[in-house]
Ligand binder design. Structure first.
Ligand code: HPA
Length: 243
């Protein structure tokens, strides 16, 4: 079964029919919200709002382990994560949709593995390619089928948040090879890999990152809202077409 993990600007997925909600408890605590099951074109999917249905859970407060555990328990084998990001590469204008293929993790003090505690053996997963290429291809095909453009490839730098970055931090991320910056890719992607869930991120560039282009002096949060309102509609179109 396919899961959609909705990010900022996407706390619901009303496109599903026959919707039903299910409260799930996990050994790691409660997920961000009850899981929402439903169908699109006959295909059963499950939706989870990463920040909660009321968008009240900040990136560093999200119980990523509970979220991924709940999806796994529900029988999820593939998860598309929708995430808003700042654009670092100059050609990534606000409104661009992008499928990153790499991650650099700058987060700290987040529970980043299921393999810890006295009864768990130390386990190292391979994470050379953090995203699933086949799921990325399905997203590209979905976009093509509706005439939507998705840029393929790019490195997602994941910061701790919830504050946005300084211009100096963005220069450092650019030097590290990051193309976009967001706050939620990690540990979500790694936990999905630990559970064997194929995982891909559909990133929405909501603003130039700090110090870049229109964000040279400051980032306009009002502008971000305007961009998201139209871009999320396009994301929904791609997800509706996903097979
Ligand atoms: N930085 C980090 N996360 C973000 C940004 C940003 O500029 N925009 C949207 N999510």
């Amino acid at each position: 079964m396919l899961a959609i993990i909705g990010g900022s600007g996407m706390a619901m997925f009303d496109e599903m029919v026959d919707r039903r909600r299910q409260v799930v408890r996990t050994p790691y605590g409660d997920p961000s919200c009850p899981l929402s099951f439903g169908r699109i074109d006959g295909q059963e999917i499950v939706f989870l709002a990463r920040h909660g249905y009321g968008h009240t859970i900040a990136p560093h407060e999200i119980n990523y382990r509970a979220n991924l555990w709940a999806l796994d328990e529900a029988g999820v084998t593939a998860a598309v994560s929708v995430a808003t990001v700042g654009g670092i590469r100059p050609d990534l204008a606000a409104g661009t949709l992008l499928l990153p293929d790499q991650i650099v993790d700058y987060t700290y003090r987040r529970h980043c593995t299921f393999f810890e505690g006295p009864d768990k053996p130390v386990t190292h997963i391979d994470f050379t390619e953090p995203y699933d290429g086949a799921l990325r291809d399905r997203l590209v095909a979905a976009a093509q089928s509706i005439g939507e453009t998705l840029l393929v490839g790019g490195t997602y730098g994941c910061t701790q948040g919830p504050r946005l970055e300084t211009a100096g931090e963005i220069r450092r991320l650019a030097g590290d090879g990051c193309d976009v910056v967001g706050m939620t890719a990690m540990p979500e992607a790694a936990l999905a890999r630990e559970l064997g869930i194929a995982y891909a991120t559909l990133a929405v560039v909501s603003n130039p990152a700090a110090g870049i282009g229109d964000s040279a002096r400051q980032i306009s949060l009002a502008d971000i809202q305007v961009v998201l309102e139209s871009a999320i509609g396009r994301v929904r179109g791609v997800l509706r077409a996903l097979r």
